[in-house]
Design a protein around this ligand. Structure first.
Ligand code: ADP
Ligand code: MG
Length: 349
C-alpha cells in the first residue's frame, strides 16, 4: 500500500504541459448532456436549461491535507473529487462536471500523475460527472490538487444552511467518526513501519474505518433518497470538519439553537471498539473528527413519518430558538454548550 510499485519513471519534462494534458484527457469520456465542450479549448461550455447551477471548489495540499506515505495517489485523486461532490450534494443538487487543477514538482513521474488521474476517473465514472477542464503547473515542493465541482438543481429545490426553524429535527446520514479514527490507525502503522519496516500490519479489524479515511464516498444516494421520500430538508451542510462545527455553522446561518443528543449519534461498532483501544471518547471523535462526508440536515416535524424507519437517516436532536444556544445533551442528561473543535488547517498544533 505504501510503496510505489510502478517500475517505470517517465519524466514529466519528456511530455511537456500540453503533452501531459492530452495524455491525461484522452481516457475521459463525456456523458452529461449539459456538457457541450469539455477539455481542449480556452474554456469549457455547458448548457443547463432552466435549472440553477451550483459551483464549489476545494484545495488539497500535500503535508496539510494529505500525506503520500499512506495515501496512495489513486485514492487521493478519488478523494479530491469526492470532497467536492459532497459540497454539491449538500445543496441538494446533482453533480454534473468537475475541473481538476494540479501543481506538481518534478519528483513526480508521469506514472504518478496517471495514478492520480485513475482515481479521478474512477470517481467520475461512479458519480457520473464529466471532467471538463483544469490547469496544470509546476510546484517547487509538494503536490497541490484543486477540484471545482459543478452541479444542477431545479429552481426552488436548492437547500441552504440558513433554512432551519425551531422544532425542526436534526438528522444525519450514515455514521460518524470513522474517517478520523482510520487516520489514527494509519498514523500508528506509519510509526510502527518506521521502527520495523518488515512488520506486516494486520489491519483486518480496521477495514471500515480505514476505508472511510482513504476512500470516502459522497452521499449522492441520500439526495436521491430524499427526493424519493419527497422530503426537502429545511437546511443542509456536509460534514467535512466534524459534527459540532457543522451544527454550529448551520445554527449560525439559520439563526437558531439546537439540542443534540449524545446517545443518538450514530457510531459504527468499529468506531466504538477502536476509540476504546485508543483511549479516546467516541462522542468527542464524532463531534470533532473530520472527513466523514455525511450530510447533516434539518427537516420539518411533519416529514418525520417519511424518514422514521430509514436506516440511512438518524434523528440526533432538534432545533431550538437562537437564544437557547447550541447544546449537547449527554448520556447523563447534562446540557453542555457545543463548541467548534473541528479540524482547522490554520492551527499550529
Ligand atoms: P490555457 O492556456 O487557456 O489555460 P491550458 O493549456 O492550460 O489552456 O489548457 C488546455 C485545456 O486543457 C483546457 O481545456 C483546460 O481546461 C484543460 N486542462 C489543463 N490542465 C488540465 C488538467 N490538469 N486536468 C484536466 N484538464 C486540464
Ligand atoms: Mg491553463
Amino acid at each position: 500500500m505504501i510503496e510505489d510499485k510502478n517500475q517505470q519513471r517517465t519524466d514529466l519534462s519528456q511530455l511537456g504541459e500540453f503533452g501531459l494534458i492530452d495524455h491525461l484527457a484522452k481516457s475521459f469520456e463525456v456523458t452529461q448532456k449539459s456538457t457541450i465542450k469539455a477539455i481542449g479549448d480556452d474554456a469549457a461550455v455547458l448548457e443547463f436549461d432552466k435549472d440553477r447551477v451550483v459551483v464549489s471548489t476545494d484545495f488539497l495540499v500535500e503535508g496539510v491535507h494529505f500525506d503520500l506515505s499512506y495515501m496512495p495517489l489513486k485514492h487521493l485523486g478519488y478523494k479530491a473529487v469526492i470532497v467536492n461532490l459532497s459540497d454539491i450534494f449538500a445543496m441538494n443538487a446533482e453533480a454534473t462536471q468537475i475541473t481538476v487543477s494540479i501543481a506538481v514538482s518534478n519528483r513526480f513521474p508521469l506514472e504518478a500523475i496517471e495514478e492520480l488521474y485513475a482515481g479521478v476517473q474512477t470517481a467520475c465514472k461512479l458519480y457520473n460527472v464529466d471532467l471538463v477542464g483544469g490547469d496544470t503547473t509546476s510546484s517547487t515542493s509538494g503536490l497541490i490538487i484543486s477540484v471545482t465541482a459543478i452541479g444542477q438543481v431545479k429552481t426552488g429545490n436548492e437547500v441552504y444552511r440558513s433554512g432551519a426553524k425551531p422544532n425542526d429535527l436534526l438528522v444525519v446520514s450514515g455514521d460518524l467518526g470513522g474517517a478520523y479514527l482510520g487516520l489514527q490507525v494509519l498514523e500508528r502503522e506509519k510509526e510502527v513501519f518506521k521502527v520495523n519496516p518488515n512488520n506486516q500490519p494486520d489491519l483486518d479489524a480496521y477495514t471500515y474505518i480505514i476505508e472511510r479515511q482513504l476512500k470516502p464516498e459522497a452521499r449522492k444516494d441520500i439526495i436521491k433518497l430524499l427526493a424519493d421520500l419527497e422530503v426537502k430538508p429545511t437546511a443542509m451542510i456536509d460534514i467535512s470538519d466534524g459534527l459540532s462545527s457543522e451544527i454550529l455553522h448551520l445554527c449560525k446561518a439559520s439563526k437558531v439553537g439546537c439540542d443534540l443528543y449524545e446517545n443518538k449519534i450514530p457510531l459504527d461498532p468499529q468506531v466504538i471498539s477502536t476509540s476504546e483501544e485508543f483511549n479516546m471518547d467516541s462522542t468527542t471523535i464524532a463531534l470533532s473528527g473530520g472527513e466523514d462526508y455525511e450530510l447533516l440536515m434539518t427537516i420539518s416535524q411533519d416529514d418525520f413519518p417519511k424518514i422514521k424507519a430509514n436506516p440511512h437517516l438518524t434523528v440526533i436532536g432538534y432545533i431550538t430558538e437562537e437564544a437557547s444556544g447550541a447544546h449537547l445533551v449527554t448520556r447523563g442528561d447534562q446540557k453542555i454548550q457545543l463548541t467548534a473543535q473541528g479540524w482547522n488547517s490554520f492551527e499550529t498544533n
